[in-house]
Design a protein around this ligand. Sequence first.
Ligand code: HEC
Length: 136
Amino acid sequence: MNRPLLLVAAALFVAAAPLAIAQAAKPALYTDAQATAGAQAYASSCAACHGAQLEGVAAPALKGAPFGEMATAQSMTAGALLDVITNTMPQSDPGSLKPEEYAAVTAYILQQNGYPAGTTALAAGSAAAKDAKVMP
Ligand code: HEC
């Protein structure tokens, strides 16, 4: 490799390193299958109040900066988010979803906030979710 190319390669490597660290800060807490199931459950049970794009309509947004600020203010973890949703939502009929539907809908919200899918399913009381802060 000639010298200018080597310098470009080195510069790219240095530029990419912080990006990789920033992404690693959001752990994998759910599976792809959960997020897919969650998208459907969200559409039928949550979208009417929170918006089809989680943008917030009659109820607060569930993604982006406003949601991130709310989560940060509460030091909310993914486990706490699942608990809050399970215990209080849908506001019109709390507790009306099955536990696996609540986990799936929470997985979908995490996915929409930039959390990656992994190999372990999100479940109430899971240790990884208990320690993972929800952030914008
Ligand atoms: C009938 C309307 C309605 C439906 C349906 C509904 N919500 Fe909500 N939700 C609200 C309102 C209003 C608030 C804000 C007041 C509160 O925190 O209780 C809220 C708050 C929330 C919060 C806390 C957000 C914050 O900023 O504090 C989450 C998370 C949430 N909802 C998730 C869901 C999920 C997931 C579903 C579907 C299973 C759902 N909601 C269905 C009306 C609704």
